[in-house]
Design a protein around this ligand. Sequence first.
Ligand SMILES: Cc1ncc(COP(=O)(O)O)c(C=O)c1O
Length: 429
Amino acid sequence: MAAKLAISGGKKTVPDGFIQPWPQVTQSDRDAIAEVIASEKITEQQRVQSEGLANEWADYMGVEYCIPVNSGTAALHLCVAGVGIEPGDEVIIPAFTFWATAAAVLHHNAIPVFVDIDPVTYCIDPSAIAAKITERTRAILPVHIHGMPADMDPILEIAKKHNLKVIEDVAQAHGARYKGKLCGAFGDAAGYSTQASKTLSSGCQGGLFTTNDEQIHKRAALLQYFGEIVVPGQEREEQEYNAYGLGWMYRGDMFSQALIRSQLKRLDANNGLRVENCQYLTKHLSKLDGIETPVTPEGCEPVYYNYVVGFDPAALGLDISPRTMREKVQAALRAEGVPTGQWQRLPVPSQEIFQNQIGYGTGCPWRCNNSTVEYKTEDYPQAVEFIDSHCYIFDVNPPNDSELMSYYVEAFHKVMDQLGAVLEVPETA
Ligand SMILES: Cc1ncc(COP(=O)(O)O)c(C=O)c1O
């Protein structure tokens, strides 16, 4: 007889307290932060940690320049500013991402233009980009979503043909590779988040900006510190106090930078474990009818910032929507102790800010640039379908390993083997 479902009062599959949180903090991480606070001249640590992180991340990425900043959104904004986007310019981005990708464009009074996603990678669909290019388009901003590389070759080709800049959003994909090369090393500039949940984590907020272009770096370096020229470590003696352009205060903080530097030493090993965990899930969950597991296109090496599964009731001959199946199965999985949830609830262009074109003051950047850009949910069917039919399985991070993953698989089997009963559980259970 099948084991009683936890949602119906049975024993849960994943034991309480079994899941380990992310990020893992080791003694060497603690020592790295302790060294900052123990420093005799703590104000010097701002330069020491920032320069150290800039050099180490540029080295890791194999790029010329890196600027550590206080968020991924700030890093992306520096990319937008750095490549020379002007007010009213259009920047092409995927309809499915965290909205900060679009916010970085709006912060510069430029206009996000959304493109639907590829149904396999969930990244921007390169074949849908050309139709969105107008005489105002200046850049394409692909996002390596869930740690899966966007299909960079056709994106770079379209950009070259139309003389567009390419900015990469690598907030979720530190260490992911496309055709052997690290994500973030393809475009004119890249922004990475080191916010707590990310694969390279500061435990709080943070971001990294990179480029190979001297001019882009120069502009970004100026704008990240009020638009002023500073000689690091010589602020008191050398600072001109003369703003060369509208800048912001985007500097990162030394404690989180010390932690990131320490975590960076384990990035590849940690990514390796994430990949193992997720490949284990795919191997086992792909055998379940009605469950869709991630597909990795040839040449892509994802790092699985998130693990997603899809629901296909039609494959089981069920006359219910994928969303209904997802919600019912998720409720049962949660009761079994599997941490599952949703991330984005709407395509970005369907969010209020775009529906109402709020922006700055009286509706800039749209109204002050006579923009005719429209945001209609029906233009992004793949993004809508992805959101309806997929959920996230959390805590695939190290130090969790195949032992936890095997509990997840066991819970999936238990729930899917009793799907009839699961679908009958009322909403409130
Ligand atoms: C795809 C994507 N872009 C941008 C960001 C913004 O990064 P941050 O939260 O560090 O500003 C995030 C972070 O959550 C993200 O997931």
